[in-house]
Design a binder for this molecule. Structure first.
Ligand code: AGP
Length: 622
């Protein structure tokens, strides 16, 4: 939920920190700060507001330190103000750190530290970590009397003592005024990556802040830490046991995270979907033989084809993709499937019979509720697969196996290309399982051929962006919208409502269209926008009836219909069309007009499309 970065090397650290924070700003942006260490003095510069506010604060002030820590915040404990901004120092002023995560036992530790005479300046859980390290560093012995091992770095030892007292999650970057050449990173439950440069090291919450300096990285696992000097690094557990970590190549390039000539990352990522889908499908679909090969789960496919039950679990947009997956597994593979909010699944003591397969879907691979659901499912004996976009993310490394979306970094907080890719992977999997069960090879081949044709069809939907902008403009002053669909387009209606809500702040509700009669139709007022997904499908006539019900009460119908369908025009006050495609694959096309509708509404309302208020790209807290 926050972005942390740290640099130790030969170059001035502060500009590197600031540029890195800008790449991490999508993770949280209510305050920002840096800690710089040169000689034996730690300088803290931090402020409420965006990183640009921090830049304004330090403008014109020189900085030569080659060691620093940076942080951009999404507040969990303590208001988003300058006092609570990171980095935080301990009560002795020797320790400074930046934290991403939540310390669940911070109140108990804070009480103990106060009893030990440690003063506190802020309302944050993070300051407890700083003071705990500072306490052990100052006293040189732990709560149970331990002292540093012979020759062990006292700073590193104090960090280990503190980390062993913490419950909750952390990604940490830590410095000590007495060790101007030592940076410590530690991870548990929140991401932390170590970038390996030429006599310089960067640790950060994700690779987007590292990739312009080096593509060589090490991904820390939970309960691991790294002690870094300008010429070396040592990875170990928080119990001081050395661990060997594999060097990995960061798999995306700088231009993939650059804005190029788009106004916003969200528009770039909506526009990338033809290419993103091609990349997601590439090398995995053999139309001629009606086969799908998903390397990451190839050894699980036989069990999947025999499973009696699939549980899909996710949050937000990924949960909407999971709903589409439920339809796909049941319609194409005839496998019973159900969808669970991860935040509910994890606390519900779920029933997991032998052979149950759980599929966790997450763009970031760091969503705390989804990660917890994965761990719960594994504890209960399920085989857990992950559909994840961020390579090396915690969920990707925690599931038994998985499929990467391969759509490149998704920076905009509102998920777009990840959603269509999640649906595409679920479709590939459902077709493969179906072919191994009841689906004829011809039917499977036809579905796969149509799937491969979708990138081109997406292009024609993107071509309607200006018309969609006009529809947004004509309705921009309306504060309540409905989104309605049936069958596989019901989850798309939910997704369209979420997109509009989260970036334009217009209230919207997604519903199965037939549900209108059971109460929500009372909401219809004159001119109220009701977005219908009414493409050619098995429930086409039924949804026409729902459109009529809304029109009869003065609602304004904005319809997503099928190209060439003349009949639908009479029911649409505004019409957006998508190319015809197989019903099971329609969500990949019908979601895109709704992404554009939300995007244009947010721009017209003057909001920060990529960093909407109160949100962050990766919800790594519960
Ligand atoms: C989607 O636009 C939102 N940003 C949010 O609902 C998101 O889908 C959800 O937080 C899940 O994120 P994940 O896919 O990274 O797990």
């Amino acid at each position: 939920m926050c972005g942390i970065i740290a640099y130790l090397g030969q170059k001035p650290a502060r500009p590197i920190l600031i540029e890195g924070l800008k790449r991490l700003e999508y993770r949280g942006y209510d305050s920002a700060g840096v800690a710089l260490l040169g000689g034996d003095e730690i300088r803290i510069q931090k402020t409420a507001g965006r990183i640009s506010a921090l830049e304004d604060m330090i403008a014109g002030e020189a900085s030569s330190e080659t060691f620093g820590i940076g942080h951009t915040r999404w507040a969990t404990h303590g208001a988003p103000n300058t006092k609570n901004a990171h980095p935080h120092t301990d009560y002795t002023g020797k320790i400074a750190l930046a934290h991403n995560g939540i310390i669940e036992n911070y109140a108990t530790l804070k009480k103990w530290l106060i009893n030990e005479g440690c003063p506190f300046q802020t309302d944050t859980d993070t300051e407890v970590v700083a003071n705990l390290i500072g306490y052990f560093y100052k006293h040189g012995n732990s709560i149970n009397g331990d002292t540093p091992a012979d020759g062990q770095n006292k700073f590193e030892w104090a960090v280990q003592q503190a980390l062993n007292e913490l419950y909750g999650s952390y990604g940490l970057a830590i410095m000590c005024a007495d060790y101007p050449d030592t940076l410590i990173g530690a991870k548990k439950g929140s991401p932390l990556i170590l970038g390996l440069g030429e006599n310089e090291y960067i640790i950060a919450s994700d690779a987007s802040a590292i990739v312009e300096h080096t593509t060589q990285a090490i991904y820390l696992a939970d309960n691991e830490m790294v002690t870094i000097t300008p010429t070396s690094f040592h990875t170990k557990t928080i119990d001081n046991v050395a661990v060997t970590k594999e060097r990995k190549e960061i798999e995306f390039s700088l231009e993939q995270i650059e804005l190029a000539d788009f106004d916003h990352y969200m528009l770039k990522e909506i526009s990338e979907q033809p290419v993103a889908l091609q990349t997601c499908l590439g090398g995995r679909v053999d139309v001629k033989n009606a086969r799908v090969v998903l390397g990451g789960i190839q050894s699980n496919v036989r069990d999947l084809a025999r499973t009696k039950r699939i549980i899909l679990t996710a949050c937000g947009t990924a949960w909407h993709a999971a709903l589409v997956g439920e339809f796909l597994f049941e319609q194409l593979a005839r496998i019973p499937a159900e969808v669970e909010y991860a935040s509910e699944f994890r606390y519900r003591n779920p029933i997991i019979e032998d052979g149950t397969i759980v599929i966790a879907i997450s763009q970031s691979g760091e969503t705390a509720d989804t990660l917890a659901a994965v761990e719960q499912a594994k504890e209960r004996g399920a085989t857990v697969l992950g559909l994840v976009n961020v390579v090396g993310s915690t969920i990707a490394r925690t599931t038994d196996a998985g499929v990467y979306l391969r759509v490149g970094p998704e920076i905009g907080v509102a998920s777009t290309k990840a959603f269509t890719a999640q649906v595409a992977v679920l479709a590939m999997l459902a077709i493969e399982l179906g072919r191994r069960r009841h689906l004829s090879t011809d039917s499977a081949g036809a579905l796969l051929a149509e799937l491969m044709a979708l990138p081109q069809k997406i292009e024609s939907v993107l071509g309607q962006s200006d018309a969609i902008k006009q529809i947004a403009e004509a309705n921009i002053d309306r504060d309540n919208w409905l989104f309605l669909g049936r069958g596989l387009n019901y989850p798309v209606a939910l997704e369209g409502a979420l997109k509009l809500k989260e970036i334009s702040y217009i209230h919207a509700e997604g519903l199965p269209a037939a549900e209108m009669k059971h109460g929500p139709i009372a909401l219809i007022t004159d001119g109220m926008p009701a977005v219908f997904i009414a493409t050619k499908s098995s429930n086409y006539e039924k949804i026409i009836g729902n459109i009529e019900e809304v029109r009869a009460r003065g609602g304004k119908t904005i319809v997503v219909g099928t190209e060439g369908d003349e009949n639908i025009k009479q029911y649409a006050d505004e019409l957006i069309t998508v190319p015809d495609t197989t019903e099971q694959l329609q969500p990949i096309l019908t979601a895109i007009p709704l992404q554009l509708l939300a995007y244009h509404a947010a721009v017209l309302r003057g909001h920060d499309v990529d960093k909407p208020r109160n949100l962050a790209k990766s919800v790594t807290v519960e």
